[in-house]
Design a protein around this ligand. Structure first.
Ligand code: NAP
Length: 286
């Protein structure tokens, strides 16, 4: 490949700190976001702004995407693939269905380009700290090439084989997180109903074998009953639906689908996923 000309598409909760880390590491990058006001923190830090996807495609040969869901990724790639992508590498770090990621890989490869999927485990704090876990799949030489960047974005990157395996691993770990968070919500509410306050219960959880980085991270939110988004609940709702579409069909996964969906209907989608506690409370503890 010619000298890398890197662009980053998608400056949301995750894309902004991740693109910033590439900049801080000394990579020359350009940035694009649908809502242009989100470009400023990056351009202030030295990134070149692009205001159209045509500019991104025509002036880059390494293109990262960090977008919300299948619909966003489909729409952005439809524009990117309108013209030649020969010899360009697309590194898609969004969490999307394995069906879409495979379709994109096939389409890009048929046009002479390359596609690597690389969804991440870890939320905003690990994105800021550069300690994400990167679940990559696609052609191995593309993975080897991308490790230069992954080293600045994560504490660990794994090569999982053919495209689709990264998406599936990501859905599996997020499903586990959906259960942990919902279980934590029930535990705290059950304890509270029996006269054990939230502070005491979270102290017990965190000191026990069940204490985890996740329970510790969510403790301040639970105690203050305030859920600013680190991992927006709407993305968990999406990921459970994707996992079920991938064949996960158990009583627990049905229950997770229903409770996160109820939380979406209660307009909690833009809150952190821990806000599911509000829905659990109103359904079962009031
Ligand atoms: P986010 O804050 O909601 O940002 C979404 C990004 O997608 C924004 O840049 C948004 O642009 C763009 N977008 C949405 N629809 C679009 C469309 N139709 N056309 C063009 N751009 C569009 O999401 P995030 O939290 O950064 O998450 C990004 C991805 O990482 C998701 O797949 C999520 O599941 C995954 N993930 C998130 C976390 C987390 O903790 N947040 C952790 C691991 C993985 P605008 O600014 O214009 O809306």
């Amino acid at each position: 490949m010619a000298k890398p000309k890197i662009s980053w598409i998608g400056l949301g909760h995750m894309g902004t700190p991740m693109a910033s880390n590439l900049l801080k590491a000394g990579f020359d990058i350009a940035v694009y976001n649908r809502s242009v006001e989100k470009l400023k923190p990056l351009t202030d830090a030295g990134a070149k702004p692009y205001v159209s996807l045509d500019d991104v495609r025509d002036n880059s040969n390494v293109i990262f995407t960090m977008l919300s869901d299948d619909s966003a990724v489909s729409s952005v790639y439809a524009d990117l693939l309108k013209d030649s992508v020969s010899e360009k590498l697309f590194i898609n770090m969004s969490t999307i269905s394995s069906e879409l990621t495979k379709r994109l890989a096939a389409e890009i490869e048929s046009k002479g380009g390359y596609y690597l999927e690389a969804p991440v485990s870890g939320s905003v704090k690990p994105a800021i700290d550069g300690t994400l876990i990167i679940l990559a799949a696609g052609r191995e030489p593309d993975y080897e090439f991308a490790t230069t960047y992954f080293e600045k974005l994560g504490k660990l990157s794994l090569y999982l084989g053919e495209v689709g395996q990264g998406a599936k691993a990501k859905l599996a770990i997020n499903y586990y997180m959906s259960v942990v968070i919902e279980g934590l919500a029930e535990t705290v509410l059950f304890a509270e109903k029996n006269g054990i306050d939230k502070e005491t219960m979270m102290f017990i959880v965190n000191e026990s074998a069940c204490g985890s980085p996740m329970s510790k991270m969510k403790t301040p939110s639970i105690i203050q009953d305030n859920y600013p988004a680190a991992f927006p609940l709407k993305h968990m709702d999406k990921d459970i639906r994707l996992a079920k579409a991938e064949g996960l069909n158990t009583e627990t996964s049905n229950a997770m689908k229903n409770i996160y969906q109820d939380a979406m209907e209660a307009n909690l989608g833009d809150n952190d996923l821990m806000a599911v506690i509000k829905t659990v409370k109103s359904k079962y503890f009031e």
